[in-house]
Design a protein around this ligand. Sequence first.
Ligand code: SIN
Length: 290
Amino acid sequence: MDYQIKPLTRGFGAEIFGLDLSAGFSDNLAQDLVGTWNDAGGLMVIHEQNLTSEQHIALSRHFGPLFGDPRETPLQDTVSRYIHPDHPEIYRVSNQVSKDGTPKGRKGAGTYWHSDVSFRNRPAQASLLHAKTIPPVGGDTIFADQAAAYDALSEGMKTILAPLFAWHDFEVAARTQYAKPVVVEGDMNGANCARHPLVRTKPETGRKSLFVNPGFTSNIDGLDANESKAILEFLYHHSTQPQFLYRHRWTEKDLLIWDNRSMMHFAVMDYPDDEPRYMERCTVIGEPPA
Ligand code: SIN
């Protein structure tokens, strides 16, 4: 099936036109899209999709194994309250609540710079977010290209960062930062903590990226608290400069696919509760960062 590819942002994204995946897709087409996504630099918008849950999951599986798939991994407690009742591979993000008071999805999900599930030994590779309902204005998602941010560092700073590892700890982040309102004690069982290199290499391309984020990174291993804070604050400031950013203004039925290994993202919650926003996400389990 032919489709058109247009650059979306300099160096790390593309948008796709002329595809209707809801009409069905072959394994070849899905694999082709994975290749296009990689070639584009890890951010890809496929417009005008109306995927069923089954199609969303089937496409996502071409990127790798999925969080929530009972055959792969137990869910982390922190998202289990928000998964689709019939499809545990689908995580729901929404500001809406059902009549019985049950959230239709996680409100305020990702309203801070982060890389999905970086607190696991095998953090997320791709995330595939499908916009079902969006507010008339606002609710954008911003992406920060961590490969370009790494490239822009001096050789001296690259040498300093090369041997360093950081802890990504959902508990510390949740208790001290942004996720606090949704945390329950079951999140704090130690399963959501992992040590990763500050700089990781994407196996498919050999390209290096910064891999720390203010949402989940607690500290740099082996440094004292002030040293760790100084380096992390420098990196967060450096890596979110405008030249590394793309801001996605959603259109209903967009399917946005991003690579958590080489970018952070930030969901902007600037819309009121009476303007519904409902998104469904499949999240691919990646390799241990190296
Ligand atoms: C997320 O996956 O972090 C949520 C992104 C969004 O809702 O825009």
